[in-house]
Design a protein. Structure first.
Lengths: 127, 127
DNA sequence: ATTCTTGCAAAGAGTTTGCATAATA
DNA sequence: TATTATGCAAACTCTTTGCAAGAAT
């Protein structure tokens, strides 16, 4: 990838936050630093960064895609109450691709997983 | 839910096929039986059937949603080569929601999981 | 000099919604 | 009769794309 300031700032933005933002949230944030950046550029760069494995895209049921800096094996929880995405630190799924590959005749490259439920805060609200 | 022939035929269509169709594929199939049904009605009914737990929606990375009749615990493989969705018979994920719930302070209601890779047929093509 | 990237705006795909009408309970 | 569902079309959201201009190698 040829260098571009737009891509650098976009990647920094994804890296620096932990709220699993949508493309539009990233666009709005990056606007502060590059006031004339376009939404198309944000989408193009996010997709490129995903393709190059620098960030990942998280699919949310009935909601727009989120982006996350690629770190260790971790899972995600989508809280249907506050609509936020939270990290789940758990290694129960470690090596699952290899397990499935052994059990079937498929080639497994990756998987997408999202849990749906309630976060801590929304759990407490219900008491 | 109040009875409607449209919904009945839509549910039968999802029940009867194993190719994890998109809303549009279901619409085209149902058109054969109800020639004046509208795409909006298909979407409305699919969503209702999902909400009532009769069918499930499968999220596919960078592709449209698929629908599947709700059966036992099984997983899905999205073949990036032929773009089809296949069933994976495996119980490695059985009880995973409860495990995560024990490990965290979240309430887990459900999860979405899709493996990405190659199906048997596309695997063979590569040899 | 060549290739990649940008901003802009328009288009695209997929899905939802408002409304008057029709069917169900 | 009251409620829910329908067909139609328009609207809506999210995302992609064509293009001429600009930046990076």
């Amino acid at each position: 990838m040829k260098y571009s300031r737009q891509r650098e700032v976009i990647l920094e933005e994804v890296k620096s936050r932990y709220d699993h933002p949508t493309a539009d949230m990233i666009y709005k944030a990056v606007l502060e630093k590059i006031p004339n950046i376009s939404l198309g550029t944000v989408y193009r760069n996010l997709n490129q960064l995903v393709e190059h494995g620098l960030i990942r895209k998280i699919l949310i049921p009935d909601d727009s895609d989120r982006f996350d800096y690629c770190l260790s094996n971790h899972q995600h929880l989508y809280c249907t109450d506050c609509k936020n995405v939270f990290d789940i630190e758990s290694d129960v799924l470690k090596g699952i691709d290899a397990v499935i590959e052994k059990e079937t005749n498929y080639t497994i490259l990756s998987h997408e997983m999202v849990f749906t439920g309630f976060c801590e805060r929304c759990n407490r609200k219900k008491d």
